[in-house]
Design a binder for this molecule. Sequence first.
Ligand code: G3H
Ligand code: 13P
Ligand code: ZN
Ligand code: NA
Length: 280
Amino acid sequence: RLSSTKELLADAERGGYAVGAFNVYNLEGVEAVIAAAEEQKSPAILQIHPGALKQGGVALVACCISAAEQATVPITVHFDHGSSKKELIEVLELGVDSIMVDGSHLPFKENISYTKYMSSLAHAKGMTVEAELGRLSGTEDDLTVQEYEAKLTDVNQAQEFIDATGIDALAVCIGNVHGKYPASGPKLRLDLLKNLYDLASKNEVFLVLHGASGLPKELVQDCIKLGVRKFNVNTEVRKAYMDVLKTPHTDLVHLIAAAKEAMKAVIANKMHLFGSAGTA
Ligand code: G3H
Ligand code: 13P
Ligand code: ZN
Ligand code: NA
């Protein structure tokens, strides 16, 4: 059934687990998330990236909403990385349940004013709002220690950011990256995460971690203990799809079915790892 992102996160907070937000690009992706969620009795978030919206258009959004409505477990539809006003204002009309207002490319004060403005429009429509403070690095960025630290979420700024914008969920930068982690493995600043959770709890804000693909089990569990309630997963699911495309297939229907199965297996695995399996 179509649910509310804030409620999913509040349930996760009460239960001490996290909900997976899986980026979807087409019907196979949507069906893989729903099938995994139903089989694992888990809530899930169907997450649409601006790049996916560009390809799939309003039909992709409608597909997500309709699939969520028909599901036997709680599902929500979220718009990911909304980095422009124009784009987000269009998205507000599409009926998604939550949005990420991504002003992380802006200087702090501008991020505040952008997030505050978009958040007031989204809240007027009853939507849940996520925003990012700090700036996620890419694996390929060759940063000095100082440059790296400058991009982490600042706890003092976080309080001001939450107060000024009224957001419901905060995406944190603690060393997490989109895509692959370096061969040496991910290094997360769990001390920083702990401080951010203390602050978020006092403000009834939920913590979100982008870049969850590639995080080992132990780190995921540490993050959940330290308050992460939403993990964004994209790369691992895409890779499962792409790997199927690389194998020889003579029939389109078989190819679609194989792609769905491959994505579903990755997603189901994450639902167990995040502790959301069995809660719906
Ligand atoms: O990070 C999430 C918050 O801890 C939620 O806080 O339990 O006070 O609503 P709450
Ligand atoms: P990954 O591609 O690393 O899973 O990150 C996904 C993400 O953060 C989408 O917003
Ligand atoms: Zn992201
Ligand atoms: Na990642």
